[in-house]
Write a protein that binds this ligand. Structure first.
Ligand code: GLA
Length: 385
């Protein structure tokens, strides 16, 4: 969607010109899956596909929202910020609700037109993008003193308290604070982060989109969060105290097994504790340039998410298996919440074209749907265009 067209659409829709444009990128997670809400380390990066919003202020108290992708427009007022079923408008309206809860009250209405290249339900975090985007845009337009870290925290609060997903902070953090050509190692317990240059030399990072519509993602996600909470309580009661599951070590798993006395909970915790260790190993391997090990850790992460955390499914398993069997592929894993969505793979630059051809063919032969495979740049986080 070219800027000039969208500006025209905006003028036709609202009868006034666009005053400002903001954009937020999508994200992938290199490693550290389903451990942000367990106080763990995660290693995400932004990717260069965007949700944008076109903005102008109004003199009344009306909020006019439109999604070009959904071809839906809604009008609300600042005096009614109630949730509307599962509608997309819950994200921008919820963002205004959270801003107000945090003392940032908007007193005049506005027009906002959204366009997005990030498909909803693709596992690339379209929801965190629209939340960070709305909060950042409103903070800039209404002169609120909100830095990007606070943008992410308010977005996280919206997702948890308004939208109803008990998610961790990873997506909101990376989309707000992402840095060009870097991945971010984020300690989700302390909310501390470091940037690492993401340079794979002769290798390329590919995003593999399964095109499997994600069913039940939110309820299954919340179920895993709950299982982890129950497990933590049991381990604290029957073994030793800790602030979160990621404070336990792999060497303690025997004791933890006894404390839990439940196979499902044991496998959930085994994933969490081992995944946190894998993130540390991944960081060391990346810094040393040991790409073979980087790839091996991606594979191990996927197997743990498949067998112990049980959040992969046929589509993600098939696409990553096909990837691993291709020449020049060092490793592949699901990325994000799972249950469909996207995977990532590291592939030698000379093999990328053949990799794409073979994986796409094998995938459609096996599952009778097409997948998409693309390379992405790593841009800065949310910003004004
Ligand atoms: C979703 C959530 C994140 C994180 C991932 C899994 O993307 O929004 O907080 O838990 O799943 O790692």
């Amino acid at each position: 969607m070219e800027n000039i067209d969208v500006k025209d659409v905006f003028r036709q829709l609202y009868g006034v010109p666009v005053e400002a444009i903001y954009k937020a990128p999508a994200r992938i997670n290199l490693i550290g899956e389903h451990i942000d809400y367990n106080g763990g380390l995660v290693f995400p990066s932004t990717i260069g596909i965007y949700t944008k919003c076109y903005f102008s202020k109004r003199n009344d108290r009306e909020i006019h929202l439109c999604s070009l992708n959904k071809k839906k427009a809604v009008t609300r007022t600042l005096d009614d910020l109630t949730k509307n079923g599962n509608s997309w408008e819950n994200y921008p309206i919820g963002a205004i609700w959270s801003l107000a809860r945090n003392g940032f009250k908007i007193e005049t209405g506005f027009n906002m037109l959204f366009t997005s290249e990030i498909p909803m339900g693709s596992g690339l975090s379209s929801s965190a993008a629209i939340l960070d985007l709305t909060i950042y845009a409103l903070a800039c337009e209404y002169n609120f003193d909100i830095d990007k870290k606070l943008v992410s925290l308010i977005a996280w609060e919206t997702e948890n308290k308004y939208c109803g997903l008990s998610c961790g902070i990873m997506d909101q953090a990376i989309i707000a604070l992402g840095k060009k050509n870097h991945a971010m190692l984020l300690d989700c317990y302390k909310y501390k982060y470091d940037y690492f240059p993401f340079d794979l030399g002769d290798y390329r990072l590919l995003v593999l989109k399964t095109n499997k519509p994600r069913a039940l993602t939110d309820s299954k996600y919340n179920e895993r969060v709950k299982e982890c909470d129950i497990a933590l309580d049991l381990i604290k009661e029957n073994y030793r105290n800790a602030n979160n599951l990621c404070e336990y070590k792999v060497s303690e798993m025997d004791k933890i097994k006894n404390a839990l006395n439940n196979d499902t909970l044991y496998r959930r915790v085994l994933h969490v504790v081992s995944e946190n260790q894998r993130v540390n190993n991944f960081k060391d391997a990346l810094v040393k340039g040991d790409l073979e090990l980087v790839g091996k850790l991606l594979n191990e992460s996927h197997f743990s998410l498949k067998n112990n955390y049980e959040v992969t499914g046929t589509h993600l398993d098939t696409i990553t298996e096909l990837s691993r069997s291709q020449k020049g592929c060092l490793g592949a894993r699901m990325t994000g919440a799972g249950f469909g969505g996207c995977a990532i793979a590291i592939v030698h630059k000379d093999n990328v074209e053949e990799f794409k051809k073979n994986v796409m063919k094998g995938y459609s032969n096996t599952l009778k749907i097409e997948c998409e495979i693309f390379e992405c740049e790593i841009p800065d986080g949310v910003c004004k265009e």
